[in-house]
Structures are given as C-alpha cells and as structure tokens.
Ligand binder design. Sequence first.
Ligand code: NAD
Length: 493
Amino acid sequence: MIASGNEIATIRHFINGKYAGSADGRMFDVFDPSTGKVYARAHEAGREEVDAAVQAARRALTGPWGKLSIEDRTRLLYQVADGINARFEDFLQAECLDTGKPWSLARQVDIPRGAANFKVFADIIKNVPCESFMTSTPDGRGALNYAIRSPKGVVAVICPWNLPLLLMTWKVGPALACGNTVVVKPSEETPATAALLGEVMNAAGVPAGVFNVVHGGGHGSAGQFLTEHPGISAITFTGETSTGTQIMQAAAVGIRDVSFELGGKNAGLVFADCEMDKAIEGCLRSVFSNCGQVCLGTERLYVERPVFREFVERLKDGARKLKPGRPEAAETDFGPMVSRQQRDKVLGYYKKAKVEGATLVTGGGIPEMPVDLRDGFWIEPTLWTGLPESSAVIREEIFGPCCHIQPFDSEAEAVALANDTRYGLAATIWTENASRAHRVAAQMETGITWVNCWFLRDLRTPFGGAKQSGIGREGGVHSLEFYTELRNVCVKL
Ligand code: NAD
C-alpha cells in the first residue's frame, strides 16, 4: 500500500471491509515531510463515500459484531494488537513517511502504543462492574435497581496528524471494546497508518463494517460530511480548539455526544530546589519531542530566578545538540514539521517574537540540510526570553519546537503565571520538595500535571483537558463513560 522507491502510492478508503476509491476520482497529495516530496495520493471522500461508510458501520452494529460475546470481542481486539505488532515495520515505515518523525521515536512510542491501546481497553471492559441497589418500596417487597452499559452506536473518530496511529487507536480501541462501530477520518496530512489498519482488522477477523476509514480534509470535505451525518451517534475528536468549536456546532444537530481533546499552551515550572540534570533532560523532551508537535508539550517555561541563567544556558546547549536528519538514521533525534503550511505558521511566530523584542537564545530559522532533504519542512529548535506575558508567542498555541523562558520569584507567582491561559491541558513541575510538588500540582488548572517527569502515561488514568483544552476524559474506565450508554433497569420484586 505504501510507495517503495520512487513509486507514488495510492491510499484508498476502507469501507465495509474493502478498500475503495472515491466515485468522483478526487484525490489529494500526501507529502514526505523530510524531503518535501509527494510520496502518495489519497482518495478524497465526498458525501457518497462517507454515507457508505456510516451505513456499513450501522449495519455492522446489528450483524455478527453486535452478537459477539464480550470474550470473543476482546479476543479480536487482542488479535488486532498482535496484528499491529506482527507488521511493526510496515506501520513504522508508513508513520514515518507521513510525519517525517525519527524512526527511533516511532519505534519507541507511536507503534507500540498503537498496539497497546487495543489490549488495555479489551482488559478494562472485561472487568468493569456495574452498580446495583436494593430499593425500598411502600409495599415492603422492594425493587432491584441495576445499571447496564450498551454501545453508543456508530462513533465518528476525527484525528490530527502529530501522533496519527497512537491518537487514532486511543479512540478506536475503547470504542470497539465497548461494542461500537467506527468511521475514522484521519488527518489529510497523515492517512497511511489508518489505511493500513484496515488490513490488520481483516486479518484479525473483525467483521466488515466495524472499522471504516474515509480520507479527506475538514471543512467542506470528509470531516464535515462525517460530523454532519445523521447516522453518527457520537463524535470523538482530537485537534485544534477552533476546529472543536465547528464540530460542536455540527454535533448540536441531533444532540450527539462529543469527546474533545484540544489544544494547549502548557507551562513548565522549574523551582530552584529541582534536580537540575533531571529538569534539563525532561524539559528538552517536553519542548522538542516530535519537533514540538505534541499537544502535551511545553511552550512556556517559568524558572525560579536563582537558577534562571544556568537553566537557560543548559537548555540552549541541549537544543543545539539535537540532530535533524533522515528519519531512518539511528543518530537522528529531531524531525521536520509535518507540512509546509505548519512550518510557515511556526516561522510566523519566530518573526513575531523578533518584532515583539524577544531575546533569541537559540534557533529562530531554518537549518542547513543535505541536498536531498533541503525541500523538507525543517525548522530550528528555538528558545526565547524577555517577552511580556501579553505577547502572542506566550498566549497562543504555536505547536512547534519552541519555548519562551521567564524567571519568577515566588511559588504564588509561578502558579499564577502557569494558570494565566485559556488552555488547561498539561503542566510540568520540577522540584525535589515533596510538599511543594503536591501543593502546586493541586493548584494547576490542567487535566494532567507531571512532577519530575513528562509524558509518563498510565493508560488507566483519566486523560483530557480543562478550560478550552477539551471536554470529557478518556483513558481507563473514563473512556467507558463516553463510549457506552449507561442504562438503569428497575425490577419490582
Ligand atoms: P485540526 O483541528 O486542524 O485537525 C484535526 C482533524 O480535524 C483533521 O482530521 C482535520 O481534517 C479535521 N477537521 C478540520 N476541520 C474540521 C471540520 N470543520 N469538521 C470536521 N473535521 C474537521 O488539528 P491538527 O492541526 O490536525 O492538529 C494539531 C492540534 O491538535 C493542536 O491544536 C494540538 O494541540 C491538538 N492536539 C490535541 C491533543 C490532545 O490530546 N488534547 C493531542 C494531539 C493534538
């Protein structure tokens, strides 16, 4: 399915267990961000293909899939996970062609998590208790009240491009574990691994129509057609806050449930009592991993004044050691941006920082790359200091490999600075004072707070954003709240 050598691959929809093109033949280019070259062309779904996918998913709800016991359903999900692992190298190649990210990163994070997402939710669904009550009645005989969970129906899964397989399966895993069927709309920048997953679903024996994929863009394309489709029971979306607003409007028609994982402008607080080596290593990862294209990444660092200078110097040294290069090269630890458009957006903030009077610590431009990578969407890791908190660079989500660093003088000031944002996704605290760690963590207006670590995820824990960073929580049993309808049965005794 993926191009080898100079061949341009074709990426098709996956509908009712079969790969299919679009009736009107519309296609779009898919780029390898490391070279800037088109490596594939993907079919773009119109309303017709979206409708076919939703109808297939609706039929599957009452077909063999709907009749499977929970044991058989979860066994299939284990087979899907095993199928991803069996084709690990294919997924790795597909993910890295789409994103340009280093193979070392995708090998460690994206592909294993893609498989784990199916196993975790298969295990959880088998072990979820439901509440029951003995209720008194006037005649003294009482009633038994209990709750049961049933699938919501057809779930639309709309995904971004930064962690394509990981974030898609994070939603498809629990949706299927709960007995739903899905129509996935991957990002138009990164359609490959979603398409490949269709082959794994078929090989695992997942009935046709349970997992469907339609390709295309958002507004005026597959994304909009899918969220507007009346056959969709619920929408789970990861992406920008502004897109979430549009999807929420579409969901309002028909009162469909939504689960949103949205943007962030995450702060890191570095206290003078931190273990500096650990803080530097952690902040380098939280600012620059995946070329800064991680929703949980840090774009604002606040550092207690006595260690400010040392911290800035050492973070600068670390940033300068990052090695951009061919994704497959073992020494590469820094990839390109996903698209020219995204790089232009980030470079716009680099210019804005200059105009607003930032002190450039390192970066700020486009790196020199070897000839064959010169047209790729490369950008320099960048650090600034000295901007006022009102600056757009500090207030708006950039989603690039950059961060502004500001000194603070007291714990109260640090907390106030961290919380002074419309977003509330993640925060990171670096301190060796346990009381301070708990005290400050409790004051963070975020869905997740890490202390002396970053991106350490236990998939059983609640995940999501506060404020404008999301609606609802996914992860562990919390995913079940969204992917099932909780029903009450009352039996008079
Ligand atoms: P995006 O909102 O531009 O696109 C996300 C998806 O939505 C794509 O598949 C796109 O085609 C689709 N889409 C766009 N407009 C649509 C519409 N009107 N109707 C239906 N679908 C539509 O986001 P992106 O640029 O792909 O991803 C980056 C954003 O995602 C950042 O803001 C980042 O913070 C966020 N993100 C959040 C999390 C989280 O867990 N909170 C995780 C990863 C990324």
